[in-house]
Design a protein around this ligand. Structure first.
Ligand SMILES: *[C@@H]1O[C@H](CO)[C@@H](O)[C@H](O)[C@H]1NC(C)=O
Length: 176
């Protein structure tokens, strides 16, 4: 009896898990076709590693989860840059560029939060505008290191990953 109950529970869970995986794969496939910058494999890996995205059952659910995920990842990179600033682990002239990145990340977090509220009120166009605004943060951060004769950006890879991470909800809002 117990075994049977477990078996049924397990099948239900497995079934849920499988349909969420299919949703992620189907949505990522469409998203990568809409936006050629977005890599299908990155999209699938990013979302399957995020517990909330992994359990989403609708595309709108995926938009919520991937928007939240992007904001969280931006804040991770912000904390990383803040640590560099705190430890003063940077060469001459780098402080301004690093501080600008921190500001840009904060703005991007704000934009994604507004986007989240817009999705809640089913205003997908407004959500799209705010996610596009957030998408500028990684590039604008990198640009700050290209001015003058500064050292290379210590966050180029992280910014490239952020860009992809933000492209996911951006493409998804275009599919709603
Ligand atoms: C991101 O923005 C939201 C809303 O503006 C805010 O509540 C939250 O504290 C911000 N996150 C961080 C880590 O600053």
């Amino acid at each position: 009896m117990n075994f049977l109950v477990s078996l049924v529970m397990y099948s239900l869970l497995l079934n849920d898990f499988t349909s969420a995986q299919t949703l992620i794969q189907d949505s990522c496939k469409k998203a990568a076709a809409i936006n050629l910058q977005l890599k299908y494999d990155f999209c699938v890996n990013s979302l399957t590693q995020d517990p909330e995205s992994k359990t989403a059952t609708t595309l709108e659910g995926l938009v919520f989860a991937s928007t939240k995920n992007a904001a969280a990842k931006i804040m991770d990179v912000k904390r990383f840059v803040e640590q560099i600033l705190k430890a003063k682990k940077y060469g001459p002239g780098m402080e301004a560029a690093l501080s600008t990145c921190v500001e840009l990340y904060d703005e991007a977090n704000g934009s994604l939060n507004t986007a989240f509220s817009s999705v809640q009120s089913h205003d997908y166009n407004t959500a799209n505008v705010y996610i596009s605004a957030a998408l500028d943060a990684p590039d604008n951060c990198e640009d700050g290191f290209k001015e003058g004769k500064l050292e290379k950006s210590p966050v180029t890879n992280k910014n490239n990953i952020l860009l992809q991470t933000i492209l996911i909800p951006l493409a998804f809002t275009n599919m709603l």
